[in-house]
Write a protein that binds this ligand. Structure first.
Ligand code: ATP
Ligand code: MG
Length: 288
């Protein structure tokens, strides 16, 4: 599958409107995609096992999107085959009072995956240049006034780049997905949430309010993605109008990324092999 269509090449300035929201490449049906997704999940399971056993790299997967673009569902499906012991999902909400008393990366650091693990961020530090920018929440962040000027977003992009470079240089592989839903599809999904009692809980009146800021959000996303898609932490803009396709592409990129790490089980030393054989003999000689 040609996942490079969705990569934001570092240094290239993209427009979100140039990215399709309902592309399905050459896939004709949900059934075909589901089969491929299952194969990817199987591969991921094996790769995760090696990631965990070798305990060198960790993988951080960031999901950002407009409401109802399918972050939760994608996380649920794509991660369904993984060993929960080596996986952690963290959802970032409005910061608490304690969190606001620290720099914005404080809570992010605390949620990073340990070596050998896969960490999933449902929203992330990018909210700091998205919702915070769109709603000018910076005024609640207790920052010194001389540091709040029109260059603040530029500085935050740099801080984020430095942070992600640091992660990369210390063994964390960073992948970033923007699930790209159309405004029409969002409306359909909101209506479904309102009409289906089993989905009521997923809907909030705030969602309608946020929808009014669609263009502002898209501009903020565009600026953030352009400033922070790097070789060491690339952004992918994934079509999100068809959930089955979103899930497939995301799984494909995760598998590709893990495969590039050439993961393997740790090799044991000759001394340890001799030791293992001795243990085997002891067990076999045991009389019950
Ligand atoms: P769902 O798709 O189920 O609605 P969600 O990710 O939107 O999931 P919510 O609990 O609805 O989860 O919303 C979390 C809210 O927290 C979002 O509106 C998000 O913009 C906001 N948020 C996250 N991080 C920050 C931040 N650093 N500053 C301000 N708001 C933030
Ligand atoms: Mg929400």
């Amino acid at each position: 599958m040609k996942t490079s269509n969705y990569l934001v090449s570092p240094g290239k300035k993209i427009r979100l409107s140039d990215y399709s929201t309902n592309d399905t490449l050459d896939l004709k049906s949900k059934e075909d995609a589901t089969k491929l997704l299952e194969k990817n999940i199987e591969n991921m399971r094996e790769l995760q096992d090696k990631l965990y056993a070798s305990n060198i790299y960790s993988l951080l997967i960031i999901f950002q999107a407009m409401d109802a673009a399918g972050k939760d569902g994608t996380i649920k499906h794509v991660m369904s085959g993984l060993n929960p012991q080596g996986t952690q999902v963290y959802s970032f909400k409005q910061p608490s009072k304690e969190e606001l008393d620290h720099g914005y990366l404080w809570r992010i650091y605390k949620a990073l995956p340990e070596r050998g693990r896969i960490g999933i961020f449902n929203r992330s530090h990018y909210e700091e240049v998205l919702v915070v920018k769109v709603h000018n929440l910076i005024r609640y962040q207790q920052l010194p006034s001389e540091l709040v000027d029109d260059k603040i977003w530029q500085r935050r992009y740099e801080q984020i780049n430095n942070f992600e470079k640091y992660l990369h240089e210390n063994g964390t592989v960073v992948l970033k997905f923007f699930l790209n839903i159309s405004k029409d599809e969002q409306k359909k999904r909101f209506l479904k949430r309102i009409e289906d009692p089993a989905k009521h809980w997923k809907f909030s009146a705030d969602d309608i309010n946020e929808r009014k800021y669609w263009n502002e959000y898209h501009k903020a996303y565009e600026d953030a993605i352009n400033a922070t898609s790097k070789d060491y932490a690339p952004w992918y803009v994934i079509p999100a109008d068809k959930k089955w396709f979103t899930r497939l592409v995301v799984s494909e990129i995760i598998v590709e990324t893990l495969e590039k790490l050439n993961l393997d089980y740790p090799k044991v030393s000759d001394e340890w092999l001799t030791e293992l054989n001795k243990c085997k003999e002891i067990l076999l000689k045991e009389k019950d």
